[in-house]
Design a protein around this ligand. Sequence first.
Ligand code: SAM
Length: 350
Amino acid sequence: MDFRFNFAVDENEHSEADAHFLLLCSPEHKQEQREKSRGTADLTGKPSPKLAAAKHQDEAALKKNLCVKAAKEHSIPQDLNKVLENKVMETVLDLSYVKLSVVERTCSGDADSEGIVSKSVSSHSDLIPGVYEGGLKIWECTFDLMDYFSEAEIEFTNKTVLDLGCGAGLLGIIALQGEAARVHFQDYNSTVIDEITLPNVVANCISEGRRMGSGKDRKASKPPSKRLRKAEGSPDVLNRCRFFSGEWSQVSQLLLNSNKPCLKYDLILTSETIYNPDYYSALHDTLAQLLDRNGRVYLASKVHYFGVGGGIYLFEKFIEDKNVFRTSMVKTIDQGLQRCIMEIAFKNSC
Ligand SMILES: C[S@@+](CC[C@H](N)C(=O)[O-])C[C@H]1O[C@@H](n2cnc3c(N)ncnc32)[C@H](O)[C@@H]1O
């Protein structure tokens, strides 16, 4: 599968994109700012050198985090046939997934309020940083992680699982098939959740001809299937799912605030999410906030993302410097661009 990296987004594209973001400044942050200025301004009202330095730091941080996409929980529509309306499904490794070229032709207006489908098509780009983060496609490390789950016989039964940066959501669907107690799906883009992830989960939850048991005996790719059958979903499966969109730090706050007592994940599954070093801090903190004390993260990635700068060794070093997690490389794949699977656990976990 080919991936198109194109970061030459023109200025119009940016200002148009900005309309889709909320410039978030938390009340706590504002209070901090007020306290900072009270504590360090001198009697003339001019900022002290200390304040000027702090201001400079804040501006740099603000610039980096200018577009912080707000988090949102997506409800599951009552009528599951609506979710599958206009969708054509294909099949890979016995899993159904929405055919992207049809979405590209049909998804516009309210169905794509973020405008990411047209932006991705017109810019010939699979990634537009801060606008569209690649979730419309299935990236190849997803399949590496799926293979690893069966080889290592990863157990999902009764686990609480997060598919982080889910895109098509195939990893979460595997966890559902493996009888996970709960599976939460997160993607940066709300269009991805509504038009790709949710339909894929519904399509794979159809009772007719589909067994929501162990997915361990999955066969090799089948030819693309025809238009989708009627959705007679298994609501019990959907009751085990929740769907979120937004930037990681925002989603993490939403999850922490909306789940009392605090819900932590036994397993966090994440594929092709470490391409951009600018996001490492938010990703690391999200993992630290949401992973159970004895939980595990399975992260699949290319060794290096040309043109973007991220990669497995850079992220490994980032984690090492933070000193919160231990990592181990559990698999490397040498075909084409080298790829890896990393297991991450808290330093003091069992
Ligand atoms: C390249 S796509 C990979 C999609 C999917 N995991 C796969 O392997 O097919 C990267 C995913 O990470 C998520 N992502 C990237 N940066 C993010 C950020 N800063 N905040 C939230 N989600 C982010 C996007 O939603 C996107 O779905």
